[in-house]
Design a protein around this ligand. Structure first.
Ligand code: GAR
Length: 213
């Protein structure tokens, strides 16, 4: 993959789009971060594939455009993704963030945002991709779990890893208690990675990401 991640530091704030399917707590963490003086990015649109996703309400409450794109309105996945790309391109989105987006993305979207789309996943990838990562971690009896932010590629929860954070797995953990512990790290990490991208400090080299400190 060739990286588009070398975005130079500019006066204008990076235009970020967010894809979210549900609760939107990561979206909220990003929205909160963008309010800090000097933060180099702004959220210009939030797209949801579920009409009742609380993420839509969080976007509106922050004064950000909220777009519900209904999968039922499209013949197939490429048609949906083409509409998605069209909407994002029209808003001049420079970086996409997948914050709890639970829909598989086709090459139509992935190619349009190659090197410019970040995903967050609640495991230490490449362990436990896919659904219910925290439950997978408990079922495997791991002692350390965590979260990963990575550039998206055509796979599910694959692509060059930018940042990871670990948390302990405790003897009496349930899926919910572990998820809550991981989520604290997600909320800290995702806005930090967006900042690094916006400041042009991420370079994709094959499967690896170099971070300029
Ligand atoms: C988060 O834990 C995120 O890492 C996960 O969904 C949750 C969304 O929560 N994403 C995935 O599992 C992607 N494979 P949120 O809607 O409150 O941000």
């Amino acid at each position: 993959m060739t990286g588009h991640a070398d975005v130079p530091v500019r006066g204008a704030r990076l235009r970020v789009g967010v894809l979210a399917s549900g609760r939107g707590s990561n979206l909220q963490a990003i929205l909160d971060a963008t309010r800090a003086p000097g933060y180099p990015a702004q959220v210009v649109i939030v797209v949801c594939d579920r009409e009742r996703a609380p993420a839509l309400e969080r976007a509106r409450a922050a004064g950000v455009e909220a777009l519900f794109l209904n999968p039922k309105d499209f013949a197939d996945r490429p048609a949906y993704d083409a509409a998605l790309v069209k909407a994002l391109t029209a808003r001049r989105v420079e970086l996409m963030c997948h914050a709890g987006w639970m829909r598989i993305l086709s090459p139509v979207y992935i190619d349009a945002f190659a090197g410019r789309a970040l995903n967050i996943h609640p495991s230490l990838l490449p362990s436990f991709p896919g659904l219910r990562a925290q439950r997978q971690a408990l079922e495997h009896g791991v002692k350390v779990a965590g979260a990963t932010v990575h550039f998206s590629d055509e796979g599910m929860d694959t692509g060059p890893i930018v940042a990871q954070a670990s948390v302990p797995v405790l003897e009496d953990d349930t899926e919910d208690t572990l998820a809550a512990r991981i989520l604290v790290e997600e909320h800290r990490m995702f806005p930090e990675v967006i900042r690094l991208f916006a400041e042009g400090r991420l370079t994709i080299e094959g499967r690896c990401v170099r971070v300029k400190r």
